[in-house]
Design a protein around this ligand. Structure first.
Ligand code: PLP
Length: 398
């Protein structure tokens, strides 16, 4: 018996555990000081009433033999029509027409980011951005694929564009991006789509933060770009859109038009899902189906506006200090350049010790993250304001 030795090549990530340990050590040494976390990567606002009421209704259905539901319907890999209809309607609002059979409901984008690789050969070369959401990297290390990086830097606004000299088969794009908050315009994505088609590559487009896009030039779906259906798979999530991080629901779009080596990737993914997955719970699906109703959209809009306002508070604070950053406008993440040439961890310590504010060191997301720092808009408005006042006072005086 042999284990998968690729697992031994994975680098341990100490990022979040080190942030937690340093914060705990500081708190125990200074119990009188109140520490504010602008490092929260999880949502904090509760589920909206439309979702709660739909889920309660589904629980009641499960309580009666007449309305009880077991496994979901086979036809669309266990997704219910009500949910698929609402997803198709939300795409129509973006000017994108999809068929039900092109949408696969899942327990979230993280699983699908890794699972989708089942349909691709391990001989493929993968292109991931640096800095990066670590899942793209680690899932490919596990599979033993060759990995190349596209450099996201201050010079390109943390939005790398294709390099014609690089030949990649699988391309990960994340927009709006975690960790940098930067969002591609449709025009920029068109360049990626053209590159992918020219190279016979497939783009895995992570749209987990699409609901935060407000700039009309930026895409909320890669399918807003002409030709994308022939080269892109889109990964979506209810987590940040509707506070489903603890409920677990997402969806992946594999268009019918996506064919490689004469084979439909939609068929391969359907086969993979029907073999290895048994669907998302009925209660969760009914909750998710309520998200894109008129009432649901209005209610999630209030939560999104709350986070956007926090992002604006942080952005305005940094504008006032003359600190360079990306994100904050189409994203709950703000990615700032550490002042006075500090490294990411130096700035972490400096902010914790002198302002009692915790953020996430950019170097933990890849080599190009060194010297950068991630703040998030997922806290309370009050804490966000107070953290910004403290940062302003500290960085103005120094
Ligand atoms: N993709 C990105 C870029 C993320 O930042 C996250 C979560 O933080 C996910 C996917 C995971 O989403 P889900 O909760 O649907 O698994």
């Amino acid at each position: 018996m042999k284990i998968n030795e690729n697992f031994l090549k994975l680098k341990d990530s100490y990022l979040f555990s080190t942030v937690a340990r340093k914060t705990a050590e500081y708190k125990s040494a200074h119990p009188e000081k109140e520490v504010i976390r602008l490092s929260i990567g999880d949502v904090t606002r509760p589920l909206v009433p439309a979702v709660i009421s739909a889920m309660h209704g589904a629980v009641d259905e499960m309580a009666s033999a007449a309305t009880f539901k077991g496994y979901g319907p086979d036809k669309y890999c266990y997704a219910y029509d009500a949910l698929l209809d609402s997803i198709l309607a939300s795409y129509r609002k973006k000017g994108v027409t999809l068929e039900k059979g092109e949408v696969f409901v899942s327990d979230g984008a993280k699983s699908d980011c890794g699972n989708i690789l089942d349909i691709f050969s391990t001989d493929n070369t993968v292109l991931v951005p640096d800095p990066v959401y670590p899942v793209y990297l680690d899932t490919n290390v596990m599979a033993g694929r060759r990995i190349l990086f596209s450099d996201a830097t201050e010079e390109n606004g943390f939005l790398p564009m294709p390099d014609g000299r690089v030949q990649a088969d699988i391309i990960y794009l994340c927009s709006p991006n975690n960790p940098t908050g930067a969002a591609y315009t449709r025009e920029q994505l068109k360049v990626w789509v053209d590159y992918a088609k020219k190279n016979d590559a497939v783009i895995l487009f992570d749209a987990a933060y699409e609901a935060f896009v407000t700039d009309p030039a930026c895409a909320r779906s890669i399918y807003e770009v002409e030709g994308a259906a022939e080269c892109a798979i889109e990964l979506c999530s209810y987590s940040k859109t509707a506070g489903f991080t603890g409920v677990r629901c997402g969806y992946t779009v594999v268009p019918e038009a996506l064919v490689r080596g004469g084979v439909s990737l939609n068929r391969l993914w359907a086969r993979r899902q029907s073999t290895k997955f048994n669907g998302v719970s009925y209660i969760t699906q009914m909750g998710a189906a309520a998200v894109f109703t008129e009432e649901g959209e209005r209610q999630i809009g209030e939560n999104l506006a709350y986070y956007r306002n926090n992002a604006k508070i942080i952005s305005e604070c940094l504008d006032g200090l003359g600190v360079w950053y990306t994100g904050g406008k189409n994203s709950p993440y703000i990615w700032l350049k550490c002042p006075r040439g500090m490294t990411s961890w130096e700035f972490f310590d400096y902010l914790l010790e002198n302002a009692q504010v915790v953020g996430t060191p950019g170097s933990g997301f890849g080599k190009n993250g060194e010297g950068f720092f991630r703040l998030t808009a997922f806290g309370t408005e009050e804490n966000t304001r107070r953290a910004c006042e403290r940062m302003s006072a500290l960085l103005k005086q120094s």
